[in-house]
Design a binder for this molecule. Structure first.
Ligand SMILES: Cc1cc2nc3c(=O)[nH]c(=O)nc-3n(C[C@H](O)[C@H](O)[C@H](O)COP(=O)(O)OP(=O)(O)OC[C@H]3O[C@@H](n4cnc5c(N)ncnc54)[C@H](O)[C@@H]3O)c2cc1C
Length: 456
């Protein structure tokens, strides 16, 4: 006799924000549920240029039908490091798939976003696994408020309030509204220190095309040679200033991306005056001359690149959020930068957003009902918060390191993550053995060395 078929519950899910975290959460949840994304902008907008996603994030993308060819991704194989005297301090070739289980990829942000949007919203089967119904995006829909709904044992639905007054009910609300989240204090009203704080660093960002890079140096840099292994080059000051220049290609080697980090105390007064944390303006135009002045002591080839940059650049004052005591309340959850914004010193902000989205695998399966949502969110928080918090804290330490080895100290912890289901299982095992709460971060990351530090 054929086994009785059970119809899986279909939850009504509201996601606020169409960044990396919101779109990937929609891709995971569309397999079983009805998903609507509310995005305040009228169409997709991506600021900034490139982003690199480590093996912990790529393993997840690979599992959901992500097409890296469409996303024009470049796998990384080589890392080069120099000091400000121009001496090479590291030249490493690593097979990241063999070492960490998945590739490390460079993307243009718009390409990554487009592919995630396709996976979330395409009609039909995403990758042949019968994955559900296309998520719907409501563009130009700014969310003003969230009522979190009932917790365990209560069946009150959550509510999303849109600009204009429309109220939408949902079984689960996912706030993926970024570092400047206005929903964070709505979801965690009793948490006092919840706003982003200046991280003490600023970043100049610009890109060069292949021909601009060629003209800048008088030869084609290796980073842009498709015949060479994908390469990230970093030039470190290794002094008290913590300055660094990070250079890598994206978009099928057509674009060279620059992220240039300086302490915010170094910014020219005229630039700093335009950035007001209180006024919520975190970025400002800056003259190319300012960039050149901050890096007078760096190698000439770095300054050649800077001279080729547009005359007016943009500089961002970097912020991070304080570690939160919870990401959840009732039927609502914070993910991505809304939950745990961090500076780019380890390239983990977007990658943690991807891990968060993968956490919604807990909401797939026969036992998922509307009543189960608060309990499942508790499991989500039990795994995701300790791990993301640990990476936030490691990130602060990674800022001030004086050698490449020190900077990469947390790499194994960052890049090895077994996913939410396995993390819950490991955590249950640890708690059964009596290790308690401290086990959470360790269970949700790999290969810790002595004293809780990670081996290279
Ligand atoms: C200079 C720099 C370099 C970085 N480099 C890397 C890197 O190499 N690797 C990496 O992993 N991470 C990196 N990061 C971090 C990464 O960019 C972020 O962690 C990631 O983009 C966060 O994604 P998100 O989905 O949480 O939020 P966001 O991408 O900010 O998306 C939030 C979305 O919510 C929408 N929204 C906001 N409020 C509302 C509302 N009320 N109603 C409706 N919609 C709303 C916004 O319009 C936006 O579309 C870097 C960050 C910086 C600043």
């Amino acid at each position: 006799m054929a086994p009785p078929t059970t119809k899986k519950t279909n939850l009504n899910i509201a996601i606020i924000g169409s960044g990396i975290s919101g779109l990937l959460a929609a891709r995971i949840l569309r397999a079983q549920h009805t998903v609507t994304i509310y995005e305040r902008t009228a169409h997709p907008i991506e600021t900034g240029a490139a982003i690199n996603i480590g093996p912990n994030g790529i393993a997840i993308l690979d599992s959901v039908g992500f097409d890296r060819r469409r996303a024009r991704a470049i796998p990384v194989a080589r890392t080069l490091a120099y000091n400000k005297a121009g001496e090479m301090t590291a030249d490493t070739m690593i097979d990241y798939r063999a070492e960490f289980g998945a590739d490390w990829l460079f993307f243009h942000r718009a390409d990554l976003r487009d592919e995630l949007l396709r996976l979330a919203t395409m009609e039909g089967d995403v990758d042949g696994d019968g994955d559900g119904v296309a998520a719907r995006v409501r563009w130009g829909a700014r969310v003003m408020d969230v009522q979190v709904g009932g917790g365990e044992g209560e069946d009150r639905q959550a509510e999303v309030v849109l600009e204009g007054g429309e109220v939408v009910k949902a079984d689960l609300v996912i706030a993926a509204d970024g570092i400047k989240s206005t929903l964070r204090p709505r979801i965690l009203p009793s948490t006092p220190e919840i706003s982003p704080i200046p991280a003490g660093s600023a970043v100049f960002r610009f890109t060069l095309t292949r021909s601009q890079a060629y003209e800048a140096l008088g030869y084609m840099p290796e980073n842009l040679d498709p015949a060479q292994p994908g390469c990230i080059t970093t030039v470190f000051a290794f002094d008290d200033s913590e300055r660094r220049v990070v250079i890598y290609p994206c978009r099928d080697f057509e674009v060279l991306n620059f992220a240039v980090i300086v302490p915010d105390s170094m910014l020219w007064a005229s630039t700093a005056a335009q950035i007001t944390t209180a006024g919520d303006v975190w970025s400002a135009p800056a003259e190319k001359e300012e960039l050149l002045a901050h890096f007078e002591d760096f190698p000439e080839w770095v300054r050649c690149y800077f001279r080729a940059a547009p005359p007016t650049l943009r500089v961002w004052n970097l912020h991070r959020t304080p570690p939160l005591p919870s990401y959840i309340n009732g039927r609502a959850v914070l993910i991505g930068d809304a939950a745990h914004a961090m500076t780019p010193h380890q390239g983990q902000g977007g990658t943690q957003a991807i891990e968060d989205a993968e956490g919604f695998r807990l909401f797939l399966g026969d036992s998922v009902t509307a009543e189960a949502v608060p309990g499942l969110l508790r499991e989500f928080d039990r795994v995701r918060r300790p791990r993301a918090t640990k990476i936030q804290m490691n990130n602060i330490e990674a800022r001030a390191r004086r050698s490449v080895q020190e900077i990469h100290r947390f790499r194994r912890f960052n890049w090895t993550y077994p996913g939410i289901v396995e993390s819950v299982r490991l955590l249950d095992g640890e708690e059964d053995r009596g290790k308690g709460e401290d086990a959470a971060a360790a269970a949700a990351g790999g290969d810790m060395g002595e004293k809780g530090e990670c081996k290279l």
